[in-house]
Design a protein around this ligand. Structure first.
Ligand SMILES: [Ca+2]
Ligand SMILES: [Ca+2]
Length: 337
């Protein structure tokens, strides 16, 4: 390389501190000050179609990055995914990058990895060209690491299909991955009393600003979803004897007979039933002890296939002291599926 660069700062992966101080300078050259900076993000097994400035054989990704940063016309590069027989990689310097071309020019190609400078989107938008709405809060956070917690419009199924809707994004919870939070009309601690037969208490759960169908897409687009559920009881049973008095209803209208802290692998159990720590270990839930003592069963529901909760059902609350209170948390999804 003919260009003399004394201070060469290279980052092959996302380097957030540098981005914060140099927001639009992910490929930055100041040859007078002898500084160059490259912050490239890979698209594995892809090749960008563009005018090749130069091709060379290099020993590793660092050399290819150095070659691009050192060449004033280079805006991005393709590098062979595997070395040749001499253990060298083909490195192609290009005169454009994926942000300047159509999405179709970044082509799947098992023989190459593509590296373009990484630019954060404005908070809320996402995609190669920052030209689409974020699918989830995690998608928004991925494309805009600077995004703060607040209200955002998301479109889990992308352009077309369901309409986008407004959600709350918690950008600090879950190691700052971006948590989509959906509220509903049954978040308060609500009394259940005076109804005896199984499931005769019915509470429909309505989600704010979104349909269950839209939330099903949010769930399938996310790596994880959860919803906290609690039943505080006095003499009011849940699942005792495998014949439920209370249950929750899945997004597909299935009667779900396990409680928070358990899964469908633990039928008729609450969290204490999974750990064999219930008030009476012969039952799967604290409430199933069915005595005059205030007890509680609670924990997160985490099987995203069944979430969110669309209805709560209870019974066994018409005796002298019998009653219960239910509490259902906001629906939360995070990570990218
Ligand atoms: Ca849509
Ligand atoms: Ca009872």
């Amino acid at each position: 390389m003919a260009v003399t660069i004394l201070n060469l700062l290279i980052s092959l992966s996302v380097m957030l501190d540098a981005v914060a101080t140099l927001p639009h300078a992910n490929l930055y050259r100041d040859l007078k000050r002898q500084i160059a900076f490259g912050n490239f993000k890979p698209d594995q097994r892809h090749k960008l179609v563009g005018t090749k400035i130069a091709s060379s054989l290099v020993s590793d990704i660092t050399d290819c990055t150095l070659n691009c940063v050192s060449e004033s016309l280079c805006k991005s590069f393709n590098i062979a995914a595997s070395p040749d027989s001499e253990n060298l990689y083909l490195c192609e310097l290009l005169d454009t990058d994926k942000h300047r071309v159509s999405v179709n020019d970044l082509q799947a190609n098992p023989a190459f990895n593509h590296y373009s400078p990484w630019y954060p989107c404005q908070p809320g938008s996402a995609g190669f060209h920052c030209d689409r709405q974020g699918k989830t809060c995690s998608d928004i956070k991925l494309h805009s690491p600077q995004a703060k917690s607040g209200s955002y419009v998301i479109d889990p199924d992308g352009i077309g299909g369901y309409e986008p809707f407004t959600v709350s994004c918690d950008m600090t919870d879950k190691y700052e991955v971006g948590v989509t939070v959906i509220g509903h009309d049954s978040e308060d601690r609500i009394l259940v009393n005076g109804l005896e037969s199984r499931g005769s208490y019915v509470r429909d759960v309505n989600y704010i600003g979104s349909s269950v169908a839209q939330l099903a897409v949010l769930s399938s687009t996310s790596a994880h979803c959860e919803q906290f559920i609690k039943y505080e009881c006095v003499g009011s049973m849940l699942f005792r004897g495998g014949n439920p008095h209370g249950w929750w209803v899945s997004r597909d209208n299935i009667k779900m007979t396990y409680w928070g802290g358990a899964t469908s692998a633990n039928p008729y159990k609450c969290a204490c039933g999974v750990t064999d720590s219930c008030a009476d270990i012969s039952f799967g839930c604290n409430c199933d002890k069915n005595d005059a003592v205030s007890r509680e069963d609670s924990g997160p529901l985490t099987e995203k296939l069944y979430l969110p909760v669309t209805q709560l059902r209870f019974g066994d609350t018409s005796g002298d002291y019998e009653k219960g209170y239910h509490t259902l948390g906001k629906f939360k999804c995070y990570g990218i599926a």
